[in-house]
Design a protein around this ligand. Sequence first.
Ligand code: ADP
Ligand code: ADP
Length: 542
Amino acid sequence: TCGICVEKCPFDAIEIINLPSELEEDPVHRYGDNAFALYGLPVPEPGSVTGILGPNGIGKTTAVRALAGEMIPNLGQWSEEANWDAVLDRYRGSELQNYIRRVMDGDVTVARKPQYVDQIPKQFDGNTRQLLERTDERGALDELVDRLSIRAVLDQNIDNLSGGELQRVALAATLARDADFYFLDEITPYLDIGQRVTAARLIQELAEDGDRSMLVVEHDLAVLDLLADTLHVAYGEPGAYGVVTSPKSTKNGINEYLNGYLNNENMRIRPSAIEFEEHAPRESAKGTPLLDYPDLEHSYGEGEFSLSVEGGTIYHSEVLGIVGPNGIGKSTLAQLFTGDLEPDNGELDFLVDIAYKPQYIQIDQPMRVDTFLSSITDDFGSSYWNTEVAQPLQLERIMEQQLTDLSGGERQRVAIAACLSEDADLYLLDEPSAHLDVEQRVRATSAIRRYAENHDATVMVIDHDIYMIDLLADRLMVFDGEPAVEGHASTPQEMRAGMNDFLADLEVTFRRDERTGRPRINKPGSQLDRKQKREGEYYYAP
Ligand code: ADP
Ligand code: ADP
């Protein structure tokens, strides 16, 4: 294998095998005979944000437990008692030496944000204010509450918060702590782009204030790029071994990752590069229309949220990206299309079968994954279904597990598979990227695109990950307005026009990386940022 998967290569492509040279040395930690081994550690830098880019299951939590002093790394000698002096010896003369000395002296305090915020209500009984007050060690809570827009939910019970609210509450709770070392395991799930950018800023500001070290695992590459000062790429075989590289510049780390080849390590981590279209966006296929719809209006009642929709046409075999803030009416539109809601104005004279994957996944039956999926489609287990759905979504290894035992990323993959397995005219996926690691996003993206092309299927994808939208979508529907008050949906537009609309609203501009063509967020107020805003080219500027 190339080092990113345990089983048969899903790309049928791997021949290059160069075992990483790190594996010839002893690992930093090994859990036991033939058990998972971790090679390399991230280096927390005071005053800066260190990113980790790589799949789940390759030892990030293990590394953080070591850096937090909760576990003494055994340097591969699992049968002997580990001790810090040996660890210090190993890292003598390296950048980690001072840090390890401080851990040994019990001098490092740690704050961490867990990966799966959905679990918080199971662990905490009370309202938001009670949760936050327990962590307000810096007296910064008031500002955090305002900037993360969670004042409205302060007196709500934690049980009643949405995923996006929980994510922001968890961020506030972690950043309110007074620590030397902060570990944030994913900051973006369920947040819209504006909220993602705010979270990134808060983390950077805290790093700068008082020499704190921030370590962030993040799978949204545009946000990671904006956020991190340096980057460790992590790779390996989930469950078997993980390698954390030496720090790279954020730009090079992401470029090498996308290229599938790590330069310094001389290591191929993927058979092919992930490519962005540098120049003009894809022309939409403009095949046969699936449906036409007129201007529509819907409101939930006097003074409640109202949505206006600009009419348009949606085509067969196209992937329509849907972007906009949370609470702006995206799922309301989905329910108008399915017929679950009636428009107040405008008439929908089509009835399409919509397969819908909601943002918050509810698959909690006590049932095995294979039983669940075979109840949805007769194709289950066919070679065609295996190639198109099971393999790219890496379901083989979890088929026999109970739905209730799945991790967040596993649930997401099962839910995407369940949606695509339905017999429908239109597949609507709400935030498929949530909880997928970066490799899984890449695979899910190509699975969804291929599915649309091979099945004459129309796919609508709501997502806040710009890279995923860029790689997936033929055209864009843009929502704007005021969340929870009123929303407006544009007619489906070409990518360039759509992205310009969307980003102008956010006042964020992107440039293209000269080597990989990937979009990079411009520094606000930079020359390029100002120039692109003047010219109205927020996204596809040269
Ligand atoms: P990540 O945070 O990157 O998802 P972890 O550090 O949690 O990864 O785990 C990496 C691997 O180590 C996993 O395969 C996990 O099952 C294994 N592992 C974690 N803790 C233990 C342990 N105490 N004993 C044996 N294996 C473990
Ligand atoms: P999005 O999918 O863009 O996050 P939604 O369409 O779910 O937005 O919701 C838009 C707004 O409508 C939100 O403020 C939400 O609280 C409100 N809303 C959604 N469903 C109802 C309902 N059944 N009754 C009243 N308000 C609702």
